[in-house]
Design a protein around this ligand. Sequence first.
Ligand SMILES: Nc1ncnc2c1ncn2[C@@H]1O[C@H](COP(=O)(O)OP(=O)(O)O)[C@@H](O)[C@H]1O
Ligand SMILES: [Mg+2]
Length: 345
Amino acid sequence: MKNNEHEFNQLLSAIIKTTHFVKTEVIQTLWSGYGEIARFETVEPDLDKFSNGPDMTFVVKHINPPVIQQHPRGWSGTISHQRKLASYDVEAEFYQHWANKTKPFCALPQFIGQASLSQSCLSSKMIVMSDLDREGFPTRLTTVSAENSKICLRWLARFHALNMQHDPLDNWPNKLWPIGTYWHLATRAKEFDAMEKGPLKDAAVELDKRLNNCRYKTLVHGDAKIANFCFSNDLAHVAAVDFQYIGGGCGIKDVVYFLGSCLDETTLERQFEQLIDDYFTELHTALCLFQSAFSRREIEKEWRPLVNIAWADFERFLAGWAPLHAKRTTFSHRLTVAAIATLNK
Ligand SMILES: Nc1ncnc2c1ncn2[C@@H]1O[C@H](COP(=O)(O)OP(=O)(O)O)[C@@H](O)[C@H]1O
Ligand SMILES: [Mg+2]
C-alpha cells in the first residue's frame, strides 16, 4: 500500500472509529484533478457508531492537489491555485464550525470529521460527512421548472435569514471568506483585464462596490448552482453541498446566480420577477421563524435595488472569463444595461 493511502486510511479510521470500511463509489473527481469525492461504507454489521445504522455510509471529500502544482516553478504560485487551496480550507472550516448548527434549519451534510494529510502535499486534506442520499436527498437535477426552483429559494432564504447581520464586525465571518462567491471582482483581475472595453467594464468597480457596501450582510453560499443541491425524490426537500466559496455578502448574489444556473431564458423572461418576490416572501417567513430582530422591510429596501446590480456583476465575470458563454442572453443583457443605468442616479 502506498504511504499516502496508508495515512489516508489511518486518519479516516480515527475519525469514523473503525478500521472496517470500503470505498463503494467515486461520486466525482474534483475540479482540475484536485482530488475526489467518494462514498464509503462501514462493513461491520454490529457497529452502530452513527445514526445511520449498522451499514453506515458516509462521504469523504478528499482534497489531494496534483504534485506538479507543488513544484516551485509549477502552478503553485498562481492566484487561482492558491485560491482553490484556500477554498478547501474555508469549506472544512464551515463544516467544522457552522454546518451542524445550520442543519436543523437548512439541510446539508452532517460534519463527521476532518484531517490534514502530511504525506503527498501540505494542502492535502479530507472532510468526512454524512451521506445525503441516505438522508433522503438522492436526486440530482441539471435544470428545474420555475415551480421546483422555489424549494432552493427557500433553502437560500432560510440560510440568509439565519446568518443575517447588520453592519457586521470586521472579523465576521471569522475564517470564512470576508466576501463570498467565486466571481467577485477583487479575485478576478485576470478576467477583468480580458474584458473588452465598454460600459460593463467601466461599471465593474461601481457594481462591485454597491454589493460590498450593503449594510445588511449574511453568509452567501457562494456557488449556489443547481448542481450543488441534492433533492428528495419528490423534489419537495432539498439539501446543499459545496461550501468552498461561502462568505459574507448580500444574499441576492446567491439568488440571481442560482436562478441563472437553472432556468432557461424564456422562463427567466416570464418568471424572474415573481421568483424574486417569492424569495423575499421566504426571507420574511424565515426571519419570523427565527424571531430575527431584523425587519424584512429594511432588508428588502436595501437588497431589491441590488437584484440587477448582482446580475450585472456576474455578467461582468462571464464577460471576462467566457465572453461567448451561452448564459450571456438577451435577458441577461437587459438586466445588465438596467443595472448600469441606475449607477449614475
Ligand atoms: N455529503 C454528500 N452526500 C451525497 N452526495 C454528495 C455529498 N457531498 C457531495 N455530494 C455530491 O457530489 C457532488 C460533488 O461534490 P462537491 O462538494 O460539489 O464537489 P465539487 O467541489 O467538485 O463540485 C455534489 O454535486 C453532490 O452531487
Ligand atoms: Mg460542486
